[in-house]
Structures are given as C-alpha cells and as structure tokens.
Design a protein. Structure first.
Lengths: 242, 190, 190
C-alpha cells in the first residue's frame, strides 16, 4: 500500500488519530476500527523500534483501539438483544473525543494567526519622566505580573543603535605600550601586580599589552617574579640596568 | 480638536505601559465617556490616515499607540534581534483550551488533549499568558488556570469575549458520517 | 504618501534613541537626500497639524519623535498621578531581567531593555527587592545587582531556582520527532 507520511510531530494519540483519519479520508463518526488500529499500531511499533520515548498515552490508546477492534470482529450473536439493550458504540465516544480535540486544535491555529499579526505591531518604552514616584504602599504584584512585563519588553523592538560619533582611540603599537609600561614601572617604587598592568579590558588592548610585556622580558627590561605556583605574578623594572 | 493632540501625547509618553480611558479622563478633566468617544474616533482615523505610521489599539481596558502593521517589514529590517519565538503547537492548543474554558484545571486540559500538559502549562505561565486562578473544588484541590491581560495583548484581543468563536462540528459532517456508515459495514464483512 | 507613514513607524519604534537619515534611507532603499527631504516636511506638518500630539525633531544628525511641547503640562500631571500599579512596567521588566540573570550590572540590564534603567533600579533597591552583590570584574568595576529574600517572599518563591524557565525547551523534542518521522518514512518504503 502506497502510504505517504507527512513529516510532522503529533501532539498525542488524538492528534495522530486525526492525522490517520485525514490520510485515509475517512469520517470521524465512522471510523473503520480495524484499518485505523493497524495504522496506529504501525506508528507506535516503529516508534518503539526506534527506541523513542513513547509516551504512555500512545500505548493506552493502542490498547483501547485493540479492544475496540476485537469487539468489532466478534461474531454478532446478540442480534435480538440489540433492540432493547442499546449499548453505546465505543466508536461514538472516540469520535466525540476526536471532535472535541479537533475543535481546539483549530482554535490553536486561529490563535497562531492572531499571534503572528501581533508580532507586526511595535510599541515604545514608556517615557522616563512617567516613571512613577508613587510606587509605595504594600507590594501588590505577582510573579505573573513580572513575567508579563518581561514578555511585553521582548515584543518591543530594540532597534540598532545609530552609529555614535566616537572619538577614535589612538592607534596602539607594541612599541608605544612598551614605553608606557617602562615608565609606569619606573615610577612605581614597588613591583606591580601583573594583572594591574592591564588597565583596559578591550581585546586588542590586552593583546598589545601582553606582547609589550613579553618583549620587555625578552629584552631584560623587566623582571617577573612569582612566590609559588598559582601565586600572583609581579613585574618590576630592572634586570637590564646597563 | 485639541483633545486628540493631548491624548496622542499622553499615549506616546506612556509607551507600551498603555493608559486606561479613566487615567486619561482624570488628567484631562473630562468624563470617561468623552475620552472613550475620542479614543474610538482616534482608533478609526489613525488607521485610515495613510500619512500616519501609528495606530491606537486597545486590549482589556488599556489603550496604546503602536506602529502600523503594514510597516512591520521596515522595522524588522532595522531591528537588532529577531522577533520573539511564537508558541509551539502544544502550547497553543493548551492555551486555546484554557482560554475557552477558564478557569480550568490541568487535568481537564489533559483530558481534551489526550496527553500530559505540564510543560506547555509551565511555558504559558512563564510567558505570562496564563496564571493561577484559585483552586478547584475537587479532590486534591487542583490549581485552576485562567488567561491574563498579557494574553489579550499578545493576541490583540479587546476582551475574552473577543475570542473567535469555537467551531462546533457541523451538520454536513454528520450527514457524511451516515453515508459512510453503510460502506463501513460492507467493508467489515469482507 | 506612504513614505511618511513608514518613517513615522520607524521613528516611533526607535524610541528615545532616534534614527539618522542614513539609517532610514538604508532601510527604505532611498537616498539620504530623499529621506532628509521627507523628514524636513514631516517636521513642518507634524508641528502645524493641530490633531497631532507628536513632533519630529532633529538633534545633530538624529531624528526623533517627541510629544508636543504645548502638551507638556498634561504629561506632567500624568506623572504626578499615583499609578494604579505598585510597580511600574519599567520596574517589573528590570526586576525580571535581574532575577533571571543575577548577578548583573545596570549596563547589562540597560542593554536588554534598550533604555536607561537608573530609576527603576533605585526603586527596586528602595523596595528591598534587589540589592548590591559585589562588583563586576570589568572596567570601572560596576555594581552587581541580585534579588533579595524579600523578593522571594513577595513573589512566593522558595528559591531562585523556582522561577519558571523563560524559554520553551522543546526544541530537542521537535528534533527527535522529525528524526522519527524521517526514519518512519524510510521504514515504510522498504
């Protein structure tokens, strides 16, 4: 049998059943139990073979379907009785559940459309001058208020900040930095902690400073000392005093 | 009229915090009815005015100024971050069930969906779309959930009664069912 | 013309940061001259239009939307009215950012919110919901903020780990499902 599966995730056994019913082009109120059970079990077995975590709800539904199927296959020996003992067709109960679920699945789709529309509207943060000075009295807010406020903020659009007229930092050179470091160490009577030689945390500044220190060490312009493993490094002017 | 100008200034300043007609009325020394009337006319004129890039919208009892939907693409282009993720199917189904049946317990939601719904409920709470609304008068006193103002905002609804009507199964389908029934019997006999 | 509408949307959404004609031109695929021309005409028409409550003004090369000066008194009055909420939107946003990212500096909060956050932080400190929690290891050694026990009390949380997760974490599940149905299809084809 030619059978195309839509690659999709199902929201549970009811969703899977609705999908199968759609595939087989059958009616919810008239489910061919045998066919649907076979198809359903095929899915669930495949899920198990692939060692996917099959939610227990899928197995419960499988059991229900098997029970319905075996009942429908039993020889109908109660033809006379049927007139007065009107038993509910289990398929009706299943159809009712499927219809109920379908109703909300469709409503979810409409909510999604509204949600998409809403993402097209943007607001702006409240003006700073409106920021209340009268936030006094007993605190009467819940966690939900806080989360709601946070969501509101995430929907606001943060636009790219315009390029500010920034003062260009002087081009850094290792040589310049070496001179600055030497001057700094000369003025300091005591050795300076290695970390404190880096007065900027900008990436390129760090690199230049580090290269400058290495170069100074190589030239014996500075002495680096350490009291023990993992202790702070100290840098002092000296070494090459000639 | 000058009133529109003042209200626009107030709404602009309030930003996404929004204002109620009552707050505006107090500041302007007008009646709430007068303010509501002006706001309603502003909702219409802003929308229609092609030159304008903003609209006045309301949800719950709050009014807000927002950008026009048709200009969204341009704003997106300028935006630093992509839009926040929309809700998953599981979360949307759960939200729909809660919205139409509130207040409702988790168990009731699970009965309709046929699957565990702890995670979608946690997600919706975290998104501020639903909140706890007391306890059900049932064994174990389970938590009841209801939608929030944030829900109205996120789906652009003025109130819960603004929700699109739930479509009940229609008669046409029932007929179809009857038609199929006969064929099903035949099929079983094979 | 539609251009005005788009530019108004952009300026509105940009908030107090404003936009340069160059930024607008890029987004709208117009020349800077064309945009400047439209902006200049908007500066005039907004000012003259009695119905409008906002104006377009330029600071250096930045354009901004602002409320009309003549309505300032009403905004002032709105600011002085006691807010119906005990914590403003701004304070709640700030609190959420601190709660989920603590310890965190003011600059980091401002980066997320996109607006100055001095006053909300002062309010939250005054209310005892946040406190200073050391200094960041960054230039200027800025103050770090964290939530307090009072925060846990006020929001009825046992600990910070009790905060609901912000993100829907079902990405992994989705992948698993896709994988499954991919393989399922293969299995069927055999």
């Amino acid at each position: 049998m030619e059978y195309k599966v839509k690659i999709d995730s199902f929201e549970g056994p009811l969703d899977l059943l609705l999908h199968l019913i759609g595939q087989l082009e059958i009616d919810i109120y008239d489910i061919p139990v045998s066919e649907i059970t076979n198809q359903y079990l095929l899915y669930v077995n495949t899920m198990q073979q692939l060692e996917l975590d099959v939610a227990s709800e899928y197995l419960v539904m499988a059991a229900t379907l098997i029970a319905m199927k075996s009942r429908s296959l039993l020889p109908d020996h109660s033809e006379e009785e049927e007139d007065f003992v009107e038993e509910e067709d289990p398929r009706e109960e299943l159809a009712r559940r499927l219809m109920e679920y379908k109703k909300y699945k469709e409503a979810a789709g409409r909510l999604h459309e509204l949600e998409e529309e809403r993402t097209k509207l943007f607001s702006r943060p409240p003006a700073d001058q409106l920021f209340g000075s009268n936030e006094e009295g007993p605190l009467n807010v819940s966690l939900f208020d806080m989360l709601g406020a946070f969501q509101k903020m995430t929907r606001r659009k943060k636009l790219a900040v315009p390029p500010r007229a920034t003062v260009r930092r002087e081009e850094l050179s290792v040589e310049k930095r070496m001179n600055l470091l030497k001057e700094k160490l000369r003025l300091s009577k005591e050795p300076i902690r290695f970390d404190d030689l880096f007065d900027s945390h900008e990436r390129d500044e760090l690199v230049v400073s580090f290269l400058a220190i290495l170069e100074l060490m190589k030239q014996n312009e500075i002495v680096v000392s350490q009291k023990g493993n993992f202790a702070d490094l100290y840098v002092a002017a000296g070494g090459n005093q000639t | 009229m000058k009133h529109e100008s003042i209200i626009e200034s107030l709404l602009f300043a309030a930003g996404d915090e929004g204002l109620t007609a009552g707050q505006i009325a107090e500041v302007m020394e007008l009646t709430v009815q007068e303010v509501q009337h002006i706001l309603q006319s502003m909702e219409r004129t802003f929308k229609q005015d092609e030159m304008r890039g903003t609209v006045v919208t309301s949800f719950g009892d709050e009014y807000r100024m927002m950008t026009k939907g048709e200009n969204a693409a341009f704003i997106q282009r300028l935006a630093e971050k992509p839009s926040p993720k929309t809700l998953s199917q599981a979360a949307l189904e759960t939200l729909a069930i809660i919205a139409y049946n509130q207040p409702v317990t988790r168990i009731e939601v699970e009965e309709i969906r046929g699957v565990k719904t702890e995670r979608p409920i946690a997600t919706l709470c975290a998104r501020g779309l639903i909140e706890e609304a007391g306890r059900a008068d049932a064994p174990g006193r389970p938590i009841l959930y209801a939608t929030t103002n944030e829900f109205l905002d996120a789906f652009q609804l003025k109130s819960i009664t603004d929700l699109p009507p739930l479509e009940e199964s229609d008669g046409a389908m029932q007929q179809e069912a009857d038609l199929f029934f006969g064929r099903f019997e035949e099929a079983l006999e094979d």
